[in-house]
Design a protein around this ligand. Structure first.
Ligand SMILES: Cc1ncc(COP(=O)(O)O)c(C=O)c1O
Length: 384
């Protein structure tokens, strides 16, 4: 049958790595998972209990397209608690994960063929979602000196209709400070370009708090999710905050594209917002894992890393050892039993010389993974 050009998106390589790891496990091997970008923990107990109650008491039919009003109000309150921002709940849109929010945002903001800037390295699906919507992703190569984040000086003259940034970012974990974020928002406003801020890793920060774009401007789209800090990847629920005059536009799109986000997931998400103690417990595990990574990776020869301000990733430059990160990651899986993600997923041009290590697993796994990585690198003669 015929097919479309815009359907020609690339595979998500980390998903292929996960499949290779699964096959190795099915063949009886023990694999340490440093590839997955998700918490190993379940949704908070209070979220699961709230859903169990709701299933007995309610039909859980469609909700209104923008999401349960009490969930929108509670998310708005989070902005007061986390950042001191007074947010009108009417601007909050509940979505099918941040992935659903990107589809709504890109459709609402851009026409076919328009160019949208994304930092490289960056989350691979930005590029593919843009392509699938007939938009033109423009990679902005970023630099370790700028914490792998775009800077206004590099954006000029590219004809961008929009700019998408993430802080903390995937794959680097680096954050944009208040001034750098303000400079990028200011650039977009001056250019008449839309500014989209992916804040999915907010809450998972270690030394400084992440700044939300809403602290700096109301003329931005902010996208977030229950997947990471709230430990609810598979529930497919997230949210987006849009300028007041965009709400009705998004509502019309959401009604037609999705009808509504999952009702069950919204019930669970509402309860997750109050599960602070359990979620801070998860965060303490990431903090301990991060410390182990910061000590263990350089000892294993992976010393050239991006400053891991937040999220649960370390992005390492391995260009001293290889220009084929795909083959290197495969060798690490085959020989060391550790699944890691090749940088090519995040940066099609320079990613042949980088790897991403996730430390979202349990602390014992991280310890064992680091020991295996050191043995692998020693066996290859990369370290003494
Ligand atoms: C930076 C970033 N944005 C968005 C997503 C998508 O998350 P979800 O659709 O589960 O909210 C991910 C997932 O790993 C991510 O790393």
């Amino acid at each position: 049958m015929r097919n479309s050009r815009r359907g020609e998106v690339d595979p998500f390589i980390v998903m292929d790595v996960m499949e290779a790891a699964r096959a190795a496990e099915a063949a009886g091997r023990h694999v340490i998972h440093m590839e997955v970008g998700q918490p190993g923990t379940p949704a908070p107990a209070a979220a699961r209990a709230a859903l169990a109650r709701a299933m007995e008491e309610h039909a859980l039919g469609y909700t209104v397209a923008l999401g349960l009003p009490e969930l929108r109000a509670r998310i708005a309150r989070l902005y007061g608690d986390w950042y001191g921002v007074d947010l009108d709940p009417a601007r909050v849109v509940v979505t099918a994960g941040s992935s659903g929010a990107f589809i709504l945002a890109f459709t609402a903001l851009f026409d076919a063929g328009e160019k949208v800037g994304i930092g490289a390295p960056g989350y691979p699906s930005y590029r593919q979602i843009l392509r699938a919507l007939d938009l033109a992703p423009v990679d902005i190569p970023t630099d370790p000196a700028n914490r792998y984040q775009p800077v206004p000086g590099e954006l000029a003259g590219q004809g961008l209709s929009g700019l998408l940034v993430a802080s903390p970012a995937n794959p680097t974990g680096t954050m944009l400070g208040r001034e750098d974020l303000a400079a990028l928002i200011g650039w977009a406003e001056a250019e008449g370009a839309a500014f989209v801020s992916d804040e999915i890793y907010h809450g998972i920060e270690y030394e400084a708090k992440a700044v939300t774009a809403l602290e700096l401007s109301d003329q931005v789209y902010v996208i977030n999710s229950f997947s990471k800090y709230f430990s609810m990847t598979g529930w497919r629920v997230g949210w987006m905050v849009v300028p007041p005059d965009h709400v009705r536009r998004i509502e019309r799109l959401a009604q037609n594209l999705f009808i509504c986000p999952s009702h069950a997931a919204q019930v669970a998400a509402l309860a997750a917002l109050d599960a602070t103690e359990e979620l801070e417990g998860n965060l303490a595990v990431y903090a301990a894992n991060r410390q182990l990574m910061l000590e263990g990776l350089p000892r294993a020869g992976f010393g050239n890393i991006a400053p891991p301000d937040g999220a649960f990733y370390v992005y390492a430059d391995v260009s001293r050892f290889t220009s084929d990160s795909l083959g290197f990651a495969k060798a690490i899986l085959d020989e060391a039993g550790v699944a890691v993600t090749p940088g090519l997923d995040f940066d099609p041009v320079r990613g042949g010389g980088t790897l991403r290590f996730s430390y979202a697993a349990g602390t014992e796994d991280i310890r064992e993974g680091l020991a295996r990585l050191a043995r692998f690198m020693r066996a290859r003669g990369h370290i003494d």
